[in-house]
Design a protein around this ligand. Structure first.
Ligand SMILES: [Zn+2]
Ligand SMILES: [Zn+2]
Length: 242
């Protein structure tokens, strides 16, 4: 399989996890509790992938890597938290504030940008190597259920139907696939930009979107799950290199 087919197949699996996140919201109460484990495990795995795989690989690709990482971080910040009037991960509980449907739209736009870069990261990863692609895919996959859950939860709270809540989660999956296409349409040369920019966006999602949700939990249990996520990353990387 060439890198494009591989990226597309894995991005499709990640996109399905977005939809599963939406289904959890719509089907109500099912698996709600396990979501926070995905958030904690995902942020640990993503931080490991960002600092130990994506940053070093980006540095070998281009001298502008540090700047591009910052650009990727700021792009997601602008769309998720500057233009979007209300967005945080997990279950939406601020019902009063969210009755305005415009809040739901701006949150969706923000998350479409973020999930586009989820796809860019997977596409760029497989251009570097199969091992890097696989690690980035797992980092993306682990937070895809929370992605889908979050947007569907916002949709329901801003007065939308179950059907449009599911449509919102599905559009996040579609945006991930568009991210893969974007990398390969521009061509193999795009990797030296695509990888560092998506490194910054992945860092944003892990450290700025997911970590605060982990810290909101009382006790040390969730903090340990973050370390378990990093441990899992190290384990998979060891196996991928054999
Ligand atoms: Zn809220
Ligand atoms: Zn994501």
């Amino acid at each position: 399989m060439n890198p494009f087919t591989q990226s597309l197949a894995f991005a499709l699996a990640a996109a399905l996890a977005n939809i599963i996140g939406g289904i959890i919201v719509v089907s109500n109460k099912w698996a709600h509790k396990s979501l926070r484990y995905f958030i904690a495990l995902g942020s640990g795995f993503m931080l490991g992938t960002v600092f130990l795989e994506m940053v070093p690989e980006s540095m070998t690709l281009t001298k502008s890597a540090p700047l591009l990482v910052l650009v990727g971080y700021m792009i997601v910040h602008i769309f998720e938290h500057t233009f979007a009037s209300h967005l945080h991960f997990g279950e939406e509980i601020h019902h009063d504030e969210l009755m305005n449907p415009a809040v739901g739209i701006s949150a969706l736009v923000g998350m479409l940008v973020h999930t586009f870069f989820d796809g860019v990261a997977i596409g760029a990863g497989f251009l570097v190597s199969q091992g890097v692609g696989l690690l980035i895919f797992l980092a993306v996959l682990l937070h895809k259920i929370p992605d889908g859950f979050t947007i569907s939860s916002i949709a329901i709270t801003s007065g939308r139907s179950s059907r449009s809540a599911l449509a919102a989660a599905t559009s996040l999956g579609a945006s991930t696939l568009v991210g893969v296409f974007a990398v390969y349409l521009i061509g193999g040369g795009s990797v030296s930009y695509a990888l560092p920019i998506s490194t910054g966006s992945t860092l944003y999602v892990a450290a700025t979107d997911l970590m605060p949700e982990v810290n909101r939990e009382k006790g040390v249990k969730m903090a340990f799950v973050v370390f378990a996520g990093m441990g899992l990353f190290l384990l998979v990387r060891m196996m991928a290199r054999e």
